[in-house]
Design a protein around this ligand. Sequence first.
Ligand code: ATP
Ligand code: MG
Length: 427
Amino acid sequence: MRLSTYFLPTLKETPNDAQIVSHRLMLRSGMIAQECAGIYHWLPLGLRVLQKVEEIVRQSMNEAGFLEVLMPTLQPAELWEESGRYDAYGKEMLRITDRHDRRLLYGPTAEEAITDIVRRFMKSYKDLPRVLYQIQWKFRDEIRPRFGVMRGREFLMKDAYSFDLDAESARETYRRVMHTYMVTFKRLGLKAIPVRADTGPIGGDLSHEFHVFASTGESDIYYDKAFDALDLKGDENDLNQLMNLYAMADTMHDPKNCPVPQEQLNHTKGIEIGHIFYSGTKYSDSMKATVMGEMGKQIPLESGCYGIGVSRLVGALIEAHHDDYGIIWPESVAPFKIGLINLKKGDSLSDETCEKIYHTLLSQGKEVLYDDRDESIGVKFSTMDLIGIPTQIIVGPRGLKDGNVEIKNRRTGEKILCTLDNLYQRI
Ligand code: ATP
Ligand code: MG
């Protein structure tokens, strides 16, 4: 991609309505633009990151054998009346009436919709267990939308739903999802801690939230200091270790009954990036979702609900990976892997060399953003730092005299001189 023909509306000034660093950096780097309160446009750079995050989530779910579906954003009110949540959900639900006065709503979540599908098409114990998921936009009319995409009103969520024959197998599925989450967050370049959570309005008796630590997080978390020393690889062993560590949100943490001594605890702020629930037969009871059991009896389905905040993750990633100059993307979600900077546009040797490097990298399948604009060196450096591309290749007449270009590591700031011949090996 050539920056001269790209759409990257970066801002020089820090937007003063943005309170946290990820919100500021997303606006400044031209990733998003606000449409109205809690609702954002995703511009080309931001969309690339969102899609990468989405794809990592999708791949990990697919590898676990979970099945993707796509349900509509709009749902009929009647389904929610069946489960009893239509009135209970309150003002966060955006209610819509169509031209025939039918009552619809923009889905804040989809337990009812998926339970309806399952009760219509899964009839036998042989159809279970199954985990179905989607990656779809949700709407919640949050009372205080803030922090950009962190607490939006319209936001992208991965929501999965499991259906099992009995409680034991449902708990086993819950564990499998938990493991999948650890793999997902690891791939995204995040260290996430599962925290025991309140089951709230979804019901059931087992629930975890996944948090990344950040001073700007909205949740208070108490956790065993041993977590900080863990080097998580995303395997079964990690899961066992994590399950045995104490971690609670403040609403659940009771210092008097805490099994871990006070001095063994850390208190910190966290961003909730995922939330999983074992909900038992709550929905299958109210919505009459049963399958024929082996003995010919109708059995209510055991279910679980599992969310990941895909658009929130983009903000959380920036909270975890930035410095004074801007974003520092982990490789896996970087919108481009390489930023190519032409220091002297118009200098024929620089132009030719950049073109050659650009095309060679493209032919190797690399994602390159080539700054070929007629701008000052300062502007080019600060733009590339701001948008966080992990590796920069800097090309200018002075280095080229000796056949050299520079490679800069955005994270460490380390620069190395490299001959043109060595360049492709080095990156
Ligand atoms: P929160 O406590 O942050 O409001 P929640 O408990 O209401 O979250 P869930 O219903 O469990 O969230 O939704 C699953 C995931 O969707 C959350 O873990 C979070 O990552 C994301 N999410 C929830 N609400 C929002 C929002 N308003 N904007 C962006 N992401 C959200
Ligand atoms: Mg909420």
